[in-house]
Design a protein around this ligand. Structure first.
Ligand code: BEZ
Length: 210
């Protein structure tokens, strides 16, 4: 059955450009981003991998480990990574899974046969420290993903895990947030003593906590 939010991210053993891994052991206690690439030596993927590698400091600050996947073997990834460094000005600094037998792609439902029965779609999974799937996005092969958006969602997940808030449309770190509707005004007064702007009883805007 397809994965859903809140499910345990399936564990797997895989060959990567940084050695063999057991996924849950590799990520243990961290957040992780697992993202697929349709094929090696493809232009859109080349730009995505260079950009994601440039964001390493941002992922590290948030306690997130990044791992890529493509259905070609590791030896091919290693050769491709030279092109990525040359053309994007940044070496790939996270492991890339060689999924030639499509084991991981199948486990995570990354092949959508009506789009292509050979290439993966562009999947992104954000997985939390308890190995729960917290975000899934699926892009077509021809559209590069927005990795600033992935960071934005991770910021929202990490904030809303700690505080009784949700984040509004286009929210970015530092913007005002929304008090969750399950919190009564009496309880909200204890958690947000500075008060809030009540646009409607269900829409209470407050400064970002923390
Ligand atoms: C690309 O990464 O450029 C790409 C890969 C597969 C299909 C279309 C584009």
């Amino acid at each position: 059955m397809a994965l859903r939010l809140g499910d345990t991210a399936p564990d797997f053993k895989a060959k990567t450009t940084q050695g063999d891994i057991q996924f849950h052991d590799w990520k243990k206690g961290s957040w992780a981003v697992l993202f697929s690439h349709p094929k090696d030596f493809t232009p859109v993927c080349t730009t995505e991998l260079g950009y994601t590698a440039k964001l390493k400091g941002e992922f590290d600050r948030r306690g997130v480990k990044v791992i890529g996947l493509s259905i070609d073997p590791v030896e091919s990834h290693v050769t491709w990574e030279k092109d990525i460094e040359e053309t994007q000005g940044q070496a790939v600094n996270f492991p890339m899974i060689g999924d030639a037998d499509r084991k991981v792609s199948d486990l995570y439902d990354m092949i959508h046969p009506n789009a292509s029965d050979t290439l993966t779609v562009r999947s992104v999974f954000v997985i939390d420290p308890n190995n729960k799937v917290r975000l899934m996005i699926t892009y077509p092969a021809s559209t590069g993903r927005n990795f600033d958006e992935i960071l934005r969602v991770i910021d929202s997940l990490q904030l809303t895990d700690k505080h009784k808030v949700a984040t509004p449309v286009n929210w970015k770190r530092g913007d005002d947030v929304i008090i969750v509707t399950s919190l009564s005004n009496d309880d909200a007064k204890k958690l947000f003593p500075g008060g809030w702007d009540e646009k409607k009883p269900y829409l209470r805007i407050v400064k970002q906590p923390g």
